[in-house]
Design a protein around this ligand. Structure first.
Ligand code: ARG
Length: 653
């Protein structure tokens, strides 16, 4: 049962006697932070009192008097300036715990209103380096799909692969001019990635060269501005402030010049690169031309595209297989290309898209930047494709909601996209940019895998598994000699589960928006908020059942056996009963981090219970069965929770 929702349901009619819209006050009924206040607390009395002008204590007591809660809670008490403390009744909690133990879904009933969600995640760009950002999108998106599905929604996962972008022009240009045939035969994807990086670097060289005079000019202008500012009117403080701002701006330009020069020098001092650069002065324009030719249907470029894409998708698939991640759809940008002209025509017909400086743009009231749906050279954009995608997902997939698990840095794009879609007529779709922050290296800068591409991503996974193996081996060594050792093959299997689980958990546990530092040591720690800790907790409970030679089916068949006499049993039971509300909240807010927090607390509650309550050696057979069932339910909740995070478990570690 969703206890929090049930409590809110019980409070609703009472609050309705005071105010018209109780919803925002009902939100303030939450689980307590500190168990000394009971299990839940209602914190709305003070704000409500602000409206009603009553004595808070008196109001709180009056509300308590009107509540119909006796079957569920002990008599509520009022604390501090008017907090209402709620403690679940022992018999109620016991009955609920027995009920959820007997439920194959651990008490999680499906939501009342099931919707159809398309979840757009992963979206790597073919033949362009796939980075840890795509990995994070993949891991968070997969978990959101699993959570939404489990609480009863229809979920369609769609991998919006970047298989049509400007990178193809670079790769095709590279293929035509710099191909190493032998390397291509050996490993096409690796060679294509090399070509992409090479052409990108050479184009960038010319872009930077073109930028230099502009930067020099900007620098000169800024220096003049600083000179002039000295004689502007104002008191000393104003002058100082102005000066400081100008100097900062000057510094920024200097830094830009510096980093731009560095790029130039790095090419010019590399004989091979410099040679290429001198031979291909128009590389940037010509690479763009190759893209235009591809999009225009040029047979040679289309042939190359058809050769490259499957090879790259195959390599990406290797990463998904390793992560056990599948998609319902992987339509990709290319799929929508035939629809783009119609999209723009329709936007134009509806008076939404207008021509501006040769480009076709949608202007959103209140927003400065336009949403460009066709560039001045006639090319459609990322934006056009995303609009076509919305139309398709609505008309063909019947989506009620569209969730985009994409880097925060694309926030502006999605804001404009959703606004445009609404103006276009898609007013009843629930759009959400499920944004996430950057994965950083120890230097605080965006983390780069060694090779910076798919191959690098694979080596990242290998590294995690190798590190996990060390953790497992050391754990093994610390165990007493008489305990049967795990054979190497089993250890390797465990290492795979722990290593991959560790990476996933780290992506999930940080609140989505925050950046976090990628650290293998931290993510594989045996103690602390890690997958490893949770996996050990799960295996530990399984170990108890194994040691007691307990048949799970037989144990579970003895329904209604759980008793909650010990305070630690009670704490664990409350925790287990909160599974539903946590999953519902994680689903609504698209935040798997709620679930990781919850699992960490659950594992800790189990630890405290197990420290104080004998299980296999409980005083009576009844108590033994009760505690074994509680342990078994804990394992099920941990296992289910990890499953919804996309993390595997093992019975013995
Ligand atoms: N390919 C894009 C990138 O790497 C992500 C795609 C996100 N999905 C979308 N519908 N725009 O940045």
């Amino acid at each position: 049962m969703n206890i929090q929702a049930e409590l809110r349901r019980r409070f609703a009619p009472v609050l309705a006697t005071y105010i018209n819209e109780p919803a925002k006050y009902l939100e303030m009924i939450r689980p307590v932070q500190d168990a000394k206040f009971g299990d839940y607390q209602a914190n709305f009395v003070m704000p409500l009192n602000g409206q009603l002008k009553r004595k808070p204590h008196e109001l709180a007591n009056e509300i308590i008097g009107k509540l119909d809660l006796a079957d569920m809670c002990e008599t509520p008490t009022v604390a501090g300036p008017g907090f209402i403390n709620l403690k679940l009744r022992e018999d109620w909690l016991e009955a609920e715990t027995n009920r959820i133990a007997a439920d194959p879904r651990e008490g999680v009933e499906p939501v009342e209103k099931s919707k159809t969600y398309v979840v757009d995640f992963s979206g790597p760009n073919v033949a362009k380096p796939m980075h840890v950002g795509h990995l994070r999108s993949t891991v968070i998106g997969d978990s959101i799909c699993k959570i939404l599905k489990f609480v009863g929604h229809t979920v369609l996962s769609d991998n919006h692969i970047g298989d049509w972008g400007t990178q193809f022009g670079m790769i095709i240009y590279g293929y035509k001019h710099f191909l190493n045939q032998a390397a291509f035969q050996e490993d096409a994807v690796q060679e294509l990635a090399r070509l992409y990086r090479l052409v990108h670097r050479l184009s960038d060289y010319y872009d930077q060269r073109a930028l230099q005079p502009k930067l020099d000019k900007a620098l000169a202008a800024k220096l003049e501005e600083i000179d002039a500012a000295a004689s502007l009117p104002g008191d000393d403080k104003q002058k100082q402030k102005r000066q400081k701002k100008l100097v900062e701006e000057l510094e920024t330009i200097r830094e830009q010049i510096g980093s731009s020069r560095k790029k130039l020098i790095s090419v010019e001092t590399d004989p091979a690169l410099n040679h290429y650069a001198m031979q291909h002065p128009e590389i940037s324009v010509k690479a763009r031309l190759e893209t235009a030719k591809l999009h225009g249907g040029d047979p040679e470029n289309q042939r190359l595209w058809n050769e490259f894409v499957p090879a790259c998708l195959n390599a990406i698939q290797g990463v998904y297989d390793r992560l056990h991640i599948t998609f319902d759809y992987a339509l990709g940008e290319s799929f929508y290309q035939p629809m783009l002209a119609d999209v723009v025509a329709d936007l134009q017909a509806k008076g939404l898209a207008k021509e501006s400086e040769g480009a076709m743009c949608v202007f959103i009231p209140g927003t400065e930047a336009p949403f460009i749906v066709r560039k001045s050279d006639g090319a459609f954009t990322y934006a056009t494709t995303d609009l076509a995608t919305i139309k398709y997902r609505r008309e063909q997939l019947h989506a009620d909601g569209m969730l985009y698990v994409v880097d925060t840095r694309q926030g502006d794009h999605f804001k404009l996209l959703f606004e445009t879609a609404k103006l276009w007529g898609y007013t009843d779709i629930e759009f959400k940019h499920v944004n996430f922050g950057t994965v950083c290296g120890p230097d605080g800068k965006p983390y780069k895998t060694r090779e910076g591409d798919i191959v690098g991503l694979e080596s990242l996974l290998n590294e995690a598994v190798a590190e996990a193996l060390k953790v497992i081996e050391s754990e093994e060594l610390s165990k007493s000699e008489d305990r049967a050792r795990l054979d190497p093959a089993t250890q390797q299997k465990i290492a795979e589960v722990v290593g991959i689980g560790g990476i996933k958990y780290a992506d999930l546990k940080h609140s989505r928006e925050s950046d976090y530092e990628y650290s293998l040591q931290k993510m594989l720690a045996k103690n602390g908020d890690t997958a490893t800790y949770m996996q050990y907790a799960y295996a530990r409970v399984c170990g108890i059942l194994r040691k007691g030679d307990i048949e799970r089916e037989t144990l579970r068949a003895q329904t209604g056996s759980i008793r909650l006499g010990h305070p630690k049993e009670r704490t664990l039971a409350v925790q287990l009963n909160q599974f539903t509300e946590v999953l519902y909240a994680a689903a609504t807010d698209c935040r798997p981090s709620y679930l990781t927090d919850y699992l960490f607390k659950t594992a800790n509650a189990f630890s405290s219970f197990y420290d104080e309550c004998a299980v296999l050696k409980a005083e009576t057979p009844e108590l033994r069965t009760s505690r074994l069932q509680l342990a078994d339910l804990t394992a099920r909740v941990l296992g289910r929770g990890l499953e919804l995070l996309g993390i595997q478990t093992i019975e013995q570690m």
